[in-house]
Design a protein around this ligand. Structure first.
Ligand SMILES: Cc1cc2nc3c(=O)[nH]c(=O)nc-3n(C[C@H](O)[C@H](O)[C@H](O)COP(=O)(O)OP(=O)(O)OC[C@H]3O[C@@H](n4cnc5c(N)ncnc54)[C@H](O)[C@@H]3O)c2cc1C
Length: 471
Protein backbone atom coordinates (compact mmCIF):
# COMPACT_ATOMS: atom_id res chain seq x y z
CA UNK A 1 0.00 0.00 0.00
CA UNK A 2 1.50 3.34 -1.00
CA UNK A 3 1.67 6.18 1.52
CA UNK A 4 2.00 9.23 -0.71
CA UNK A 5 0.97 12.81 0.04
CA UNK A 6 -1.44 12.71 -2.90
CA UNK A 7 -5.14 12.45 -2.22
CA UNK A 8 -6.38 8.87 -2.41
CA UNK A 9 -9.44 7.84 -4.40
CA UNK A 10 -10.51 4.55 -2.87
CA UNK A 11 -12.63 2.33 -5.10
CA UNK A 12 -14.32 -0.41 -3.07
CA UNK A 13 -15.05 -3.32 -5.42
CA UNK A 14 -13.34 -4.13 -8.71
CA UNK A 15 -16.33 -5.43 -10.67
CA UNK A 16 -18.08 -3.70 -13.55
CA UNK A 17 -18.41 -0.32 -11.85
CA UNK A 18 -15.10 -0.46 -9.99
CA UNK A 19 -13.06 -1.39 -13.06
CA UNK A 20 -14.69 1.09 -15.44
CA UNK A 21 -14.79 3.93 -12.92
CA UNK A 22 -11.11 3.46 -12.01
CA UNK A 23 -10.20 3.34 -15.70
CA UNK A 24 -12.11 6.52 -16.38
CA UNK A 25 -10.56 8.34 -13.41
CA UNK A 26 -7.05 7.28 -14.42
CA UNK A 27 -7.68 8.40 -17.99
CA UNK A 28 -8.97 11.86 -16.99
CA UNK A 29 -6.58 12.48 -14.11
CA UNK A 30 -3.53 14.72 -14.42
CA UNK A 31 -0.17 13.09 -13.70
CA UNK A 32 0.27 12.68 -9.97
CA UNK A 33 -3.09 14.29 -9.16
CA UNK A 34 -4.24 11.40 -6.97
CA UNK A 35 -3.60 7.78 -6.05
CA UNK A 36 -6.31 5.40 -7.22
CA UNK A 37 -6.64 2.34 -4.99
CA UNK A 38 -8.99 -0.52 -5.86
CA UNK A 39 -9.83 -3.08 -3.19
CA UNK A 40 -11.50 -6.38 -4.10
CA UNK A 41 -11.30 -9.88 -2.62
CA UNK A 42 -10.70 -11.15 -6.16
CA UNK A 43 -7.82 -10.00 -8.32
CA UNK A 44 -10.09 -9.93 -11.37
CA UNK A 45 -13.32 -8.47 -12.66
CA UNK A 46 -15.92 -11.03 -13.75
CA UNK A 47 -17.95 -10.47 -16.91
CA UNK A 48 -21.10 -12.01 -15.42
CA UNK A 49 -23.20 -12.18 -18.62
CA UNK A 50 -20.78 -14.86 -19.85
CA UNK A 51 -21.12 -17.08 -16.78
CA UNK A 52 -23.85 -19.29 -18.30
CA UNK A 53 -21.62 -19.91 -21.34
CA UNK A 54 -18.67 -20.61 -19.08
CA UNK A 55 -20.84 -23.11 -17.17
CA UNK A 56 -21.64 -24.82 -20.47
CA UNK A 57 -18.05 -24.87 -21.69
CA UNK A 58 -18.65 -22.59 -24.70
CA UNK A 59 -16.14 -20.09 -23.29
CA UNK A 60 -13.07 -20.87 -21.23
CA UNK A 61 -13.68 -19.62 -17.65
CA UNK A 62 -10.36 -17.73 -17.69
CA UNK A 63 -11.63 -15.64 -20.60
CA UNK A 64 -14.66 -14.30 -18.73
CA UNK A 65 -12.48 -12.65 -16.11
CA UNK A 66 -10.29 -9.59 -16.54
CA UNK A 67 -7.15 -9.27 -14.36
CA UNK A 68 -7.34 -5.95 -12.51
CA UNK A 69 -3.59 -5.45 -12.26
CA UNK A 70 -3.17 -5.79 -16.00
CA UNK A 71 -6.08 -3.50 -16.95
CA UNK A 72 -5.34 -0.89 -14.31
CA UNK A 73 -1.52 -0.76 -14.30
CA UNK A 74 -1.48 2.75 -12.85
CA UNK A 75 -3.80 1.89 -9.95
CA UNK A 76 -2.89 0.33 -6.66
CA UNK A 77 -4.76 -2.98 -6.42
CA UNK A 78 -5.29 -4.49 -2.98
CA UNK A 79 -6.72 -7.99 -2.71
CA UNK A 80 -9.00 -8.02 0.31
CA UNK A 81 -12.33 -6.84 1.64
CA UNK A 82 -13.30 -3.44 2.94
CA UNK A 83 -15.10 -4.35 6.13
CA UNK A 84 -15.90 -0.94 7.64
CA UNK A 85 -15.73 2.75 6.76
CA UNK A 86 -15.08 5.49 9.31
CA UNK A 87 -16.51 8.60 7.68
CA UNK A 88 -15.34 11.01 10.40
CA UNK A 89 -11.71 9.94 10.05
CA UNK A 90 -12.01 9.09 6.33
CA UNK A 91 -10.50 5.69 6.92
CA UNK A 92 -11.48 2.27 5.58
CA UNK A 93 -10.63 -1.04 7.23
CA UNK A 94 -9.20 -3.55 4.78
CA UNK A 95 -9.13 -7.26 5.62
CA UNK A 96 -6.49 -8.73 3.28
CA UNK A 97 -6.60 -12.35 2.13
CA UNK A 98 -4.14 -13.23 4.88
CA UNK A 99 -2.92 -11.41 7.93
CA UNK A 100 -4.21 -8.65 10.11
CA UNK A 101 -6.78 -6.09 8.94
CA UNK A 102 -5.38 -2.57 8.51
CA UNK A 103 -6.67 0.96 8.10
CA UNK A 104 -6.48 2.76 4.77
CA UNK A 105 -6.99 6.53 4.67
CA UNK A 106 -8.85 8.01 1.73
CA UNK A 107 -10.01 11.41 0.48
CA UNK A 108 -12.63 10.28 -2.04
CA UNK A 109 -14.61 7.07 -1.97
CA UNK A 110 -16.38 5.00 -4.65
CA UNK A 111 -18.74 2.28 -3.45
CA UNK A 112 -19.03 -0.48 -6.08
CA UNK A 113 -19.69 -3.67 -4.14
CA UNK A 114 -22.34 -5.08 -6.46
CA UNK A 115 -24.92 -7.59 -5.32
CA UNK A 116 -25.04 -11.07 -3.82
CA UNK A 117 -27.53 -13.90 -4.42
CA UNK A 118 -30.87 -13.18 -2.79
CA UNK A 119 -31.76 -16.16 -0.65
CA UNK A 120 -34.51 -17.11 1.79
CA UNK A 121 -34.40 -19.29 4.89
CA UNK A 122 -35.47 -22.42 2.99
CA UNK A 123 -34.46 -25.67 4.70
CA UNK A 124 -31.55 -27.27 2.85
CA UNK A 125 -30.85 -24.32 0.53
CA UNK A 126 -27.53 -23.28 2.05
CA UNK A 127 -26.22 -26.89 1.87
CA UNK A 128 -27.57 -27.87 -1.56
CA UNK A 129 -27.75 -24.67 -3.62
CA UNK A 130 -25.21 -23.36 -6.07
CA UNK A 131 -25.42 -19.73 -7.21
CA UNK A 132 -24.40 -18.12 -10.50
CA UNK A 133 -22.60 -14.92 -9.51
CA UNK A 134 -18.97 -15.87 -9.88
CA UNK A 135 -16.72 -17.76 -12.25
CA UNK A 136 -15.94 -20.26 -9.49
CA UNK A 137 -19.63 -21.20 -9.39
CA UNK A 138 -19.78 -21.53 -13.17
CA UNK A 139 -16.77 -23.87 -13.18
CA UNK A 140 -18.20 -25.78 -10.21
CA UNK A 141 -21.59 -26.20 -11.89
CA UNK A 142 -20.08 -27.50 -15.12
CA UNK A 143 -17.92 -30.04 -13.31
CA UNK A 144 -20.81 -31.03 -11.07
CA UNK A 145 -23.27 -31.59 -13.95
CA UNK A 146 -20.78 -33.68 -15.94
CA UNK A 147 -19.95 -35.62 -12.79
CA UNK A 148 -23.65 -36.46 -12.39
CA UNK A 149 -23.63 -37.96 -15.88
CA UNK A 150 -20.51 -40.00 -14.99
CA UNK A 151 -22.25 -41.13 -11.81
CA UNK A 152 -25.51 -42.06 -13.52
CA UNK A 153 -23.66 -43.92 -16.28
CA UNK A 154 -21.82 -46.14 -13.84
CA UNK A 155 -24.31 -46.96 -11.09
CA UNK A 156 -26.71 -49.87 -10.85
CA UNK A 157 -28.82 -48.12 -8.22
CA UNK A 158 -31.88 -46.66 -9.95
CA UNK A 159 -32.55 -44.10 -7.16
CA UNK A 160 -28.98 -42.79 -7.28
CA UNK A 161 -29.22 -42.55 -11.06
CA UNK A 162 -32.55 -40.71 -11.06
CA UNK A 163 -31.34 -38.23 -8.46
CA UNK A 164 -28.10 -37.62 -10.37
CA UNK A 165 -30.03 -36.92 -13.57
CA UNK A 166 -32.48 -34.44 -12.03
CA UNK A 167 -31.47 -30.79 -12.29
CA UNK A 168 -33.54 -28.10 -10.57
CA UNK A 169 -33.07 -24.39 -11.33
CA UNK A 170 -34.89 -21.85 -9.17
CA UNK A 171 -35.32 -18.38 -10.70
CA UNK A 172 -36.20 -17.68 -14.33
CA UNK A 173 -34.64 -14.25 -14.86
CA UNK A 174 -31.64 -13.64 -17.12
CA UNK A 175 -29.26 -15.71 -15.03
CA UNK A 176 -31.59 -18.70 -14.48
CA UNK A 177 -33.07 -18.96 -17.99
CA UNK A 178 -29.71 -18.51 -19.68
CA UNK A 179 -27.99 -20.98 -17.36
CA UNK A 180 -30.59 -23.73 -17.74
CA UNK A 181 -30.60 -23.14 -21.52
CA UNK A 182 -26.83 -23.48 -21.75
CA UNK A 183 -26.47 -26.36 -19.27
CA UNK A 184 -29.27 -28.38 -20.87
CA UNK A 185 -27.55 -27.92 -24.21
CA UNK A 186 -24.24 -29.11 -22.78
CA UNK A 187 -25.82 -32.14 -21.05
CA UNK A 188 -27.64 -33.07 -24.28
CA UNK A 189 -24.34 -32.89 -26.18
CA UNK A 190 -22.45 -34.79 -23.50
CA UNK A 191 -25.04 -37.60 -23.36
CA UNK A 192 -23.88 -38.71 -26.82
CA UNK A 193 -20.71 -40.06 -25.22
CA UNK A 194 -22.42 -42.09 -22.50
CA UNK A 195 -23.67 -45.63 -22.98
CA UNK A 196 -26.29 -45.59 -20.26
CA UNK A 197 -27.40 -41.96 -20.25
CA UNK A 198 -29.74 -40.43 -22.81
CA UNK A 199 -31.21 -36.94 -22.79
CA UNK A 200 -34.65 -38.53 -22.17
CA UNK A 201 -33.32 -39.94 -18.88
CA UNK A 202 -32.57 -36.43 -17.58
CA UNK A 203 -35.04 -34.12 -15.93
CA UNK A 204 -34.56 -30.34 -16.04
CA UNK A 205 -36.95 -28.22 -13.96
CA UNK A 206 -37.16 -24.41 -13.98
CA UNK A 207 -39.13 -22.97 -11.08
CA UNK A 208 -40.18 -19.36 -10.55
CA UNK A 209 -42.66 -17.63 -8.25
CA UNK A 210 -43.45 -15.10 -11.01
CA UNK A 211 -45.96 -15.78 -13.79
CA UNK A 212 -43.32 -15.47 -16.53
CA UNK A 213 -39.64 -16.00 -17.22
CA UNK A 214 -37.12 -13.53 -18.65
CA UNK A 215 -39.02 -10.38 -17.52
CA UNK A 216 -36.09 -8.33 -18.90
CA UNK A 217 -37.18 -8.98 -22.51
CA UNK A 218 -40.91 -8.39 -22.02
CA UNK A 219 -43.91 -10.74 -21.77
CA UNK A 220 -44.04 -11.90 -25.42
CA UNK A 221 -40.40 -12.92 -25.66
CA UNK A 222 -40.60 -14.32 -22.12
CA UNK A 223 -43.49 -16.55 -23.28
CA UNK A 224 -41.46 -17.55 -26.32
CA UNK A 225 -38.47 -18.37 -24.09
CA UNK A 226 -40.69 -20.59 -21.93
CA UNK A 227 -42.19 -22.42 -24.92
CA UNK A 228 -38.73 -22.84 -26.39
CA UNK A 229 -37.31 -24.37 -23.21
CA UNK A 230 -40.37 -26.63 -22.92
CA UNK A 231 -39.88 -27.79 -26.50
CA UNK A 232 -36.43 -28.99 -25.37
CA UNK A 233 -37.98 -30.99 -22.54
CA UNK A 234 -37.44 -28.49 -19.71
CA UNK A 235 -40.34 -28.53 -17.23
CA UNK A 236 -41.21 -24.92 -16.38
CA UNK A 237 -43.22 -24.30 -13.20
CA UNK A 238 -44.43 -20.72 -12.84
CA UNK A 239 -46.16 -19.16 -9.81
CA UNK A 240 -44.33 -21.86 -7.88
CA UNK A 241 -41.92 -21.62 -4.98
CA UNK A 242 -39.59 -24.10 -3.34
CA UNK A 243 -40.49 -25.04 0.24
CA UNK A 244 -37.43 -27.14 1.05
CA UNK A 245 -34.58 -29.14 -0.45
CA UNK A 246 -33.05 -30.99 2.50
CA UNK A 247 -30.51 -33.60 1.28
CA UNK A 248 -31.60 -32.90 -2.29
CA UNK A 249 -35.25 -33.78 -1.68
CA UNK A 250 -36.89 -30.80 -3.41
CA UNK A 251 -40.41 -29.91 -2.33
CA UNK A 252 -42.28 -27.35 -4.43
CA UNK A 253 -45.37 -25.56 -3.19
CA UNK A 254 -47.43 -26.92 -6.10
CA UNK A 255 -47.24 -30.39 -4.54
CA UNK A 256 -44.39 -31.68 -6.72
CA UNK A 257 -41.51 -33.47 -4.97
CA UNK A 258 -38.32 -34.63 -6.69
CA UNK A 259 -34.92 -35.87 -5.58
CA UNK A 260 -32.17 -33.88 -7.26
CA UNK A 261 -28.40 -33.78 -6.80
CA UNK A 262 -28.27 -30.41 -8.57
CA UNK A 263 -29.98 -27.27 -7.32
CA UNK A 264 -29.06 -24.00 -9.01
CA UNK A 265 -30.30 -20.89 -7.23
CA UNK A 266 -30.71 -17.82 -9.43
CA UNK A 267 -33.71 -16.22 -7.74
CA UNK A 268 -32.49 -12.64 -7.96
CA UNK A 269 -29.91 -10.54 -6.19
CA UNK A 270 -29.76 -8.14 -3.26
CA UNK A 271 -27.26 -5.37 -2.51
CA UNK A 272 -24.10 -6.55 -0.79
CA UNK A 273 -25.02 -6.88 2.92
CA UNK A 274 -21.65 -5.47 4.05
CA UNK A 275 -23.06 -2.02 3.14
CA UNK A 276 -25.00 -2.10 6.41
CA UNK A 277 -21.62 -1.72 8.20
CA UNK A 278 -20.49 1.33 6.24
CA UNK A 279 -22.86 3.80 7.92
CA UNK A 280 -24.07 5.18 4.58
CA UNK A 281 -27.70 6.18 3.89
CA UNK A 282 -29.51 3.10 2.57
CA UNK A 283 -32.78 2.72 0.68
CA UNK A 284 -35.61 0.39 1.75
CA UNK A 285 -34.00 -2.65 0.12
CA UNK A 286 -30.47 -2.01 1.37
CA UNK A 287 -29.02 -0.07 -1.61
CA UNK A 288 -26.82 2.98 -1.07
CA UNK A 289 -29.01 5.99 -1.72
CA UNK A 290 -27.53 8.23 -4.42
CA UNK A 291 -28.52 11.37 -6.25
CA UNK A 292 -28.73 11.59 -10.04
CA UNK A 293 -25.07 12.68 -9.88
CA UNK A 294 -24.29 9.27 -8.35
CA UNK A 295 -23.18 11.03 -5.21
CA UNK A 296 -24.20 9.33 -1.98
CA UNK A 297 -26.95 11.43 -0.36
CA UNK A 298 -25.67 13.86 2.25
CA UNK A 299 -22.00 13.54 1.24
CA UNK A 300 -19.70 15.40 -1.13
CA UNK A 301 -16.84 12.90 -1.35
CA UNK A 302 -18.59 9.53 -1.76
CA UNK A 303 -20.11 8.13 -4.96
CA UNK A 304 -21.85 4.82 -5.64
CA UNK A 305 -23.26 3.03 -8.68
CA UNK A 306 -24.20 -0.37 -10.05
CA UNK A 307 -26.04 -3.19 -8.33
CA UNK A 308 -25.33 -1.86 -4.84
CA UNK A 309 -26.80 1.59 -5.48
CA UNK A 310 -30.27 3.05 -5.67
CA UNK A 311 -29.86 5.44 -8.61
CA UNK A 312 -32.83 7.49 -9.82
CA UNK A 313 -33.81 6.51 -13.36
CA UNK A 314 -34.06 10.01 -14.82
CA UNK A 315 -35.08 8.80 -18.30
CA UNK A 316 -38.06 6.90 -16.89
CA UNK A 317 -38.94 9.75 -14.51
CA UNK A 318 -38.94 12.24 -17.38
CA UNK A 319 -41.27 9.85 -19.21
CA UNK A 320 -43.69 10.14 -16.27
CA UNK A 321 -42.80 7.09 -14.18
CA UNK A 322 -42.69 8.19 -10.56
CA UNK A 323 -39.99 6.90 -8.23
CA UNK A 324 -38.26 4.94 -10.98
CA UNK A 325 -34.84 3.47 -10.10
CA UNK A 326 -32.25 2.04 -12.46
CA UNK A 327 -32.48 -1.78 -12.62
CA UNK A 328 -29.40 -3.77 -11.60
CA UNK A 329 -27.84 -4.65 -14.93
CA UNK A 330 -24.60 -4.30 -16.82
CA UNK A 331 -26.07 -1.77 -19.23
CA UNK A 332 -26.52 0.72 -16.38
CA UNK A 333 -23.43 -0.34 -14.41
CA UNK A 334 -21.12 0.39 -17.34
CA UNK A 335 -22.63 3.78 -18.19
CA UNK A 336 -22.93 4.83 -14.56
CA UNK A 337 -19.27 3.99 -14.02
CA UNK A 338 -18.21 6.43 -16.73
CA UNK A 339 -20.36 9.29 -15.37
CA UNK A 340 -19.18 8.44 -11.86
CA UNK A 341 -15.53 8.59 -12.95
CA UNK A 342 -16.07 12.00 -14.51
CA UNK A 343 -17.90 13.23 -11.41
CA UNK A 344 -15.12 12.10 -9.10
CA UNK A 345 -12.64 14.15 -11.13
CA UNK A 346 -15.00 17.16 -11.19
CA UNK A 347 -15.72 16.78 -7.46
CA UNK A 348 -12.01 16.64 -6.69
CA UNK A 349 -11.37 19.79 -8.73
CA UNK A 350 -14.42 21.61 -7.38
CA UNK A 351 -16.25 21.68 -10.72
CA UNK A 352 -19.97 21.02 -11.27
CA UNK A 353 -20.90 17.37 -11.78
CA UNK A 354 -23.05 15.77 -14.46
CA UNK A 355 -26.34 13.87 -14.10
CA UNK A 356 -26.71 10.22 -14.98
CA UNK A 357 -29.44 9.57 -17.48
CA UNK A 358 -29.78 6.56 -19.73
CA UNK A 359 -32.84 5.15 -21.45
CA UNK A 360 -33.11 1.36 -21.63
CA UNK A 361 -31.69 0.10 -24.93
CA UNK A 362 -33.19 -3.39 -24.63
CA UNK A 363 -31.80 -6.76 -23.69
CA UNK A 364 -30.40 -9.90 -25.27
CA UNK A 365 -30.37 -13.42 -23.82
CA UNK A 366 -28.82 -16.65 -25.07
CA UNK A 367 -30.64 -19.91 -24.39
CA UNK A 368 -27.99 -22.32 -25.67
CA UNK A 369 -26.20 -22.75 -28.98
CA UNK A 370 -28.06 -20.91 -31.79
CA UNK A 371 -31.02 -20.04 -29.57
CA UNK A 372 -31.89 -16.73 -27.99
CA UNK A 373 -34.22 -13.77 -27.56
CA UNK A 374 -33.52 -10.07 -28.03
CA UNK A 375 -35.51 -6.92 -27.48
CA UNK A 376 -34.10 -3.73 -28.98
CA UNK A 377 -35.63 -0.42 -27.89
CA UNK A 378 -35.53 2.33 -30.53
CA UNK A 379 -37.36 5.41 -29.30
CA UNK A 380 -40.92 4.27 -28.70
CA UNK A 381 -40.46 1.12 -30.78
CA UNK A 382 -39.55 -2.26 -29.31
CA UNK A 383 -38.12 -4.68 -31.84
CA UNK A 384 -38.45 -8.30 -30.80
CA UNK A 385 -36.15 -10.93 -32.24
CA UNK A 386 -35.99 -14.64 -31.44
CA UNK A 387 -34.13 -17.77 -32.46
CA UNK A 388 -30.80 -17.85 -34.30
CA UNK A 389 -30.73 -14.14 -35.21
CA UNK A 390 -31.29 -13.16 -31.56
CA UNK A 391 -28.50 -15.51 -30.57
CA UNK A 392 -26.12 -13.82 -33.04
CA UNK A 393 -27.17 -10.45 -31.60
CA UNK A 394 -26.49 -11.78 -28.09
CA UNK A 395 -23.02 -12.94 -29.08
CA UNK A 396 -22.30 -9.80 -31.09
CA UNK A 397 -23.33 -7.51 -28.23
CA UNK A 398 -21.45 -9.32 -25.49
CA UNK A 399 -18.44 -10.07 -27.69
CA UNK A 400 -18.02 -6.31 -28.08
CA UNK A 401 -18.98 -5.44 -24.50
CA UNK A 402 -16.53 -7.70 -22.66
CA UNK A 403 -13.72 -5.42 -21.44
CA UNK A 404 -10.32 -5.32 -23.21
CA UNK A 405 -9.33 -6.47 -26.68
CA UNK A 406 -7.44 -9.33 -25.14
CA UNK A 407 -10.67 -10.83 -23.76
CA UNK A 408 -12.72 -9.99 -26.87
CA UNK A 409 -10.23 -11.88 -29.05
CA UNK A 410 -10.01 -14.84 -26.68
CA UNK A 411 -13.80 -15.16 -26.42
CA UNK A 412 -14.28 -14.95 -30.19
CA UNK A 413 -11.49 -17.54 -30.58
CA UNK A 414 -13.35 -19.86 -28.16
CA UNK A 415 -16.55 -19.47 -30.17
CA UNK A 416 -14.73 -20.02 -33.46
CA UNK A 417 -12.95 -23.15 -32.22
CA UNK A 418 -16.26 -24.50 -30.93
CA UNK A 419 -17.63 -24.30 -34.48
CA UNK A 420 -15.00 -26.77 -35.70
CA UNK A 421 -14.20 -28.86 -32.65
CA UNK A 422 -16.72 -30.67 -30.53
CA UNK A 423 -17.64 -29.32 -27.11
CA UNK A 424 -15.31 -30.42 -24.30
CA UNK A 425 -17.31 -32.69 -21.99
CA UNK A 426 -14.73 -33.74 -19.46
CA UNK A 427 -15.52 -33.22 -15.79
CA UNK A 428 -12.65 -31.89 -13.72
CA UNK A 429 -14.44 -32.06 -10.39
CA UNK A 430 -11.21 -33.17 -8.69
CA UNK A 431 -9.90 -29.65 -9.34
CA UNK A 432 -11.72 -28.58 -6.20
CA UNK A 433 -9.54 -30.90 -4.09
CA UNK A 434 -6.25 -30.93 -6.02
CA UNK A 435 -4.15 -32.13 -3.08
CA UNK A 436 -6.31 -35.13 -2.23
CA UNK A 437 -4.56 -37.69 -4.42
CA UNK A 438 -1.08 -36.54 -3.38
CA UNK A 439 -2.15 -36.60 0.25
CA UNK A 440 -3.36 -40.19 -0.16
CA UNK A 441 0.02 -41.11 -1.63
CA UNK A 442 2.10 -39.20 0.89
CA UNK A 443 0.25 -39.74 4.14
CA UNK A 444 1.87 -42.11 6.62
CA UNK A 445 0.80 -45.70 6.05
CA UNK A 446 -1.72 -46.81 8.66
CA UNK A 447 -0.09 -48.94 11.27
CA UNK A 448 -1.18 -52.55 11.16
CA UNK A 449 -3.91 -53.26 13.68
CA UNK A 450 -1.81 -53.21 16.78
CA UNK A 451 -1.54 -56.61 18.27
CA UNK A 452 -1.76 -55.66 21.86
CA UNK A 453 -0.15 -57.55 24.61
CA UNK A 454 -2.32 -58.86 27.29
CA UNK A 455 -1.42 -55.89 29.41
CA UNK A 456 -2.80 -53.62 26.68
CA UNK A 457 0.65 -52.36 25.61
CA UNK A 458 1.78 -52.24 21.95
CA UNK A 459 3.66 -55.37 21.01
CA UNK A 460 7.39 -55.54 20.51
CA UNK A 461 7.08 -55.38 16.69
CA UNK A 462 5.39 -52.02 16.69
CA UNK A 463 7.90 -50.66 19.18
CA UNK A 464 10.69 -51.73 16.84
CA UNK A 465 8.89 -50.01 13.92
CA UNK A 466 8.66 -46.83 15.91
CA UNK A 467 12.37 -46.95 16.67
CA UNK A 468 13.13 -47.46 12.98
CA UNK A 469 10.91 -44.59 11.99
CA UNK A 470 12.69 -42.31 14.49
CA UNK A 471 16.06 -43.34 13.13
C1 LIG B 1 -25.31 -14.88 -14.53
C2 LIG B 1 -25.53 -13.41 -14.78
C3 LIG B 1 -25.86 -12.98 -16.07
C4 LIG B 1 -26.05 -11.63 -16.31
N1 LIG B 1 -26.38 -11.23 -17.58
C5 LIG B 1 -26.56 -9.93 -17.83
C6 LIG B 1 -26.88 -9.50 -19.14
O1 LIG B 1 -26.99 -10.30 -20.07
N2 LIG B 1 -27.04 -8.15 -19.35
C7 LIG B 1 -26.91 -7.24 -18.33
O2 LIG B 1 -27.08 -6.04 -18.58
N3 LIG B 1 -26.61 -7.62 -17.09
C8 LIG B 1 -26.44 -8.93 -16.80
N4 LIG B 1 -26.11 -9.33 -15.53
C9 LIG B 1 -25.98 -8.30 -14.46
C10 LIG B 1 -24.61 -7.61 -14.44
O3 LIG B 1 -23.57 -8.53 -14.53
C11 LIG B 1 -24.51 -6.77 -13.16
O4 LIG B 1 -25.54 -5.82 -13.19
C12 LIG B 1 -23.16 -6.04 -13.06
O5 LIG B 1 -22.12 -6.95 -12.90
C13 LIG B 1 -23.16 -5.07 -11.86
O6 LIG B 1 -21.90 -4.48 -11.72
P1 LIG B 1 -21.36 -4.03 -10.27
O7 LIG B 1 -20.05 -3.39 -10.49
O8 LIG B 1 -22.42 -3.26 -9.58
O9 LIG B 1 -21.18 -5.38 -9.47
P2 LIG B 1 -20.13 -6.56 -9.73
O10 LIG B 1 -19.72 -6.61 -11.14
O11 LIG B 1 -20.76 -7.79 -9.13
O12 LIG B 1 -18.85 -6.14 -8.85
C14 LIG B 1 -18.85 -6.08 -7.44
C15 LIG B 1 -17.43 -6.33 -6.95
O13 LIG B 1 -17.36 -6.03 -5.55
C16 LIG B 1 -16.48 -6.98 -4.96
N5 LIG B 1 -16.70 -7.02 -3.50
C17 LIG B 1 -17.67 -7.69 -2.84
N6 LIG B 1 -17.54 -7.47 -1.51
C18 LIG B 1 -16.47 -6.65 -1.34
C19 LIG B 1 -15.84 -6.06 -0.18
N7 LIG B 1 -16.28 -6.24 1.06
N8 LIG B 1 -14.77 -5.26 -0.38
C20 LIG B 1 -14.30 -5.03 -1.63
N9 LIG B 1 -14.87 -5.55 -2.75
C21 LIG B 1 -15.94 -6.35 -2.60
C22 LIG B 1 -16.80 -8.26 -5.70
O14 LIG B 1 -15.76 -9.21 -5.57
C23 LIG B 1 -16.98 -7.78 -7.12
O15 LIG B 1 -15.78 -7.83 -7.86
C24 LIG B 1 -25.91 -10.68 -15.25
C25 LIG B 1 -25.57 -11.12 -13.96
C26 LIG B 1 -25.38 -12.47 -13.72
C27 LIG B 1 -25.02 -12.93 -12.33
Amino acid sequence: MSTTERPRILVVGGGYVGLYAARRILKKMRYGEATVTVVDPRSYMTYQPFLPEAAAGSISPRHVVVPLRRVLPKAEILTGRVTTIDQDRKVATVAPLVGEAYELPFDYLVIALGAVSRTFPIPGLAEQGIGMKGVEEAIGLRNHVLEQLDKADSTTDEDVRRKALTFVFVGGGFAGAETIGEVEDMARDAAKYYTNVKREDMRFLLVDVADKILPEVGPKLGAYGKEHLESRGVEVYLKTGMDSCVDGHVVLNNGLEVDADTLVWTAGVKPNPVLARYGLPLGPRGHVDTSEKLQVQGTDYIWAAGDNAQVPDMAARKAGVENAWCPPNAQHALRQAKVLGDNVISGMRGFPQGDYEHANKGAVAGLGLHKGVAMIVMGKMKIKVKGRLAWYMHRGYHGLAVPTWNRKIRVVADWTLAMFLKREVVSLGAMETPREEFYEAAKPAPRPAAAKSEAGKPDAGSKADAEKAKA
